[in-house]
Write a protein that binds this ligand. Structure first.
Ligand code: G4P
Length: 528
């Protein structure tokens, strides 16, 4: 097997999705602890404190609101595998960002709070997963605290998400009286011991059924009965249905005390698929050992106040990346040097010299790339276009101080390239008063705060009368434009969008003019 194939087979690239506060950050840290990437005790606490005090203008906003807007990629080794962990924004207003991160992931882990079950944002993020057809595992967190029943939670997953929950581990002890887990595959009972503040790996002890019965009594009897019930119902993990998104392997644990974290990480290694040949725009597939190629899934600027730079996050799809190699940016066809390639470890950056399929690179100052672009070192590679989410909010943006128009122009172009908001222009008016279109209102706050702080161009944003948009084309554009209550605007990438005042009006136009192109976009009408 080629080196590239061997390396690709060792990669596990996944993202964590959760409702804010379910424990995503804590779990991420515990993964690092088990992966040996975080030293015990103070290290973990410091990493957390560091994250909280991270600087940059708009991260301040993120902290004030307690939401995660930026996404980071972390890499660590575990059981001979290289784990690439992608962070996703927790807020539904950034569901388009979540989608893009999932484009770079091979699977997701959905974290639930045992006391809350499926919360509104879990559901929305799950729908993004379903839209992207990405397999996901479920981690039921905070089992150290009183919560819902384990069977009740399975029931909720099944009924709400319409997917079969298949527990890999089963808790011994009700939520709040967590003793350990039964690993259903091996039948082992793994008992945990708490450590001070969960800052070191929780000691584990494999206990026989007889001993468990003596030590745990009722807690053991119920857990054993419940696992028998699961066996009888044939609720066992199955790779085929997991990959088809028909089942979700379930793990129980407590990220805070580290209980069940190792089993989950083992699950990541055993279940998350290693990178497979990537789908191409022409319907073909790109072998993992083809020459180097990657997909830009996120572009982010101003991550660090002291470096006013712009990083393109690239998921390696094929071949071996070597720092310094020349690559072509698919969007413009221009070549650039990859001298400044980095991996990110939270806020810390490290230079990366080699990378393989599944890995995430941060290319610094790759000015020519935009989200969705392919970059490659061999022949031309073209990945399928990333679907745009249907915007539901539309605001006209005007620069407050006209002497700052140049900065304003630069800023909106940048926001558009990053996909932070969609920038729609009237070809006759250009950048005078573009319409910013968003999936969620918070995107406007980020846009306006960044235009002011990062580009020095304060803006006013005023509502428009539009509420819904569809993708159209150059042929239908003029006819639609001539109609009342419709406008047709263009994105920098050439896409034409038709904006309507109401769905009712759009439906009428559709009924009266079936010959016009009006394509639905992802999640039109909002993620339910
Ligand atoms: P998020 O990234 O999904 O938003 O959640 P985060 O990890 O920040 O966790 C949210 C809160 O839940 C934190 O408490 C965290 O300590 C707590 N938590 C996470 N996992 C567990 C768990 O397994 N058991 C229990 N009991 N709590 C858990 P906080 O008070 O908001 O923050 P902190 O003061 O602990 O930092």
């Amino acid at each position: 097997m080629s080196d590239v194939k061997t390396e690709a087979n060792r990669r596990r690239t996944f993202a964590i999705i959760s409702h804010p506060d379910a424990g995503k950050t804590t779990l991420t840290e515990k993964f690092l602890l088990y992966g040996g990437a975080l030293t015990a005790g103070a290290g973990a606490v410091k990493a957390r404190a560091g994250r909280r005090s991270a600087t940059s203008d708009w991260m301040e906003m993120e902290q004030q609101r307690g939401i995660s807007i930026t996404s980071a990629a972390l890499q660590f080794e575990y059981r001979d595998c290289i784990i690439n962990l992608l962070d996703t924004p927790g807020h539904r207003d950034f569901s388009e960002d979540t989608y893009r991160v999932l484009v770079a992931a091979d699977a997701a882990v959905m974290v639930l709070d045992a006391a809350k079950g499926i919360e509104p944002q879990t559901l929305k993020l799950f729908e993004v997963c379903r839209e992207r057809e990405i397999p996901f595992m479920t981690f039921i967190n905070k089992w150290d605290r009183p919560g819902l029943g384990a069977l009740q939670l399975l029931d909720e997953i099944e009924k709400t998400l319409i997917v079969e929950p298949t527990p890999v581990t089963w808790p011994v002890g009700l939520a709040g009286e967590f003793k350990g887990i039964i690993h259903r595959g091996s039948g082992d009972y793994i008992r945990f011991t708490r450590t001070a503040h969960g800052s070191t790996i929780a000691p584990e002890e494999i206990v026989t059924a007889e001993q468990a019965q003596i030590d745990e009594g009722e807690a053991w009897t119920s857990a054993a009965e419940e696992t028998e019930l699961l066996d009888a119902l044939e609720r066992s993990p199955d790779v085929k249905t997991f990959l088809a998104c028909e089942s979700t392997p379930v793990f129980f644990g407590s990220a805070m005390t580290n209980f069940g974290v190792r089993a989950l990480l083992d699950g990541v290694v055993d279940l998350v698929p290693s990178p497979t040949p990537r789908a191409l725009a022409d319907g073909g597939r790109l072998p993992v050992d083809a020459p180097f190629s990657g997909l830009v899934f996120k572009v982010q600027a101003g991550m660090d106040k002291s470096h006013r730079d712009r990083i393109a996050f690239v998921r390696v799809c094929s071949g071996q990346f070597e720092r310094g190699m020349m690559a072509t940016a698919g969007g413009t066809g221009r070549q650039f040097s990859t001298k400044y390639a980095q991996t990110l470890f939270g806020q810390d950056r490290e230079t990366v010299d080699l990378a393989y399929p599944g890995d995430i690179l941060g290319l610094v100052n790759a000015t020519d790339v935009r989200v969705g672009d392919a970059i490659y070192s061999g022949g031309v590679v073209d990945f399928p276009e990333l679907p745009a989410f249907a915007p539901e909010f539309f605001m006209v943006a005007r620069v407050l101080d006209t002497s700052k128009f140049k900065q304003f122009r630069k800023g909106i172009a940048q926001l558009d390239e990053e996909g932070a908001v969609q920038v729609l222009r009237d070809p006759d008016l250009g950048d005078q008063a573009p319409i910013l279109a968003a999936v969620g209102q918070l995107q406007f706050e980020v846009a306006s705060s960044r235009l002011e702080n990062e580009f020095g161009a304060p803006v006013e944003l005023n509502p428009t009368r539009y509420t819904i948009a569809r993708k159209t084309d150059a042929a239908s554009g003029p006819k639609l434009r001539a109609m009342q209550g419709v406008d047709v605007l263009q994105r920098a990438n050439g896409t034409h969008l038709a904006l309507f005042e109401s769905r009712y009006w759009m439906d009428r136009v559709l009924a009266d003019h079936p010959e016009l192109t009006l394509e639905r976009m992802v999640a039109e009408g909002g993620l339910s």
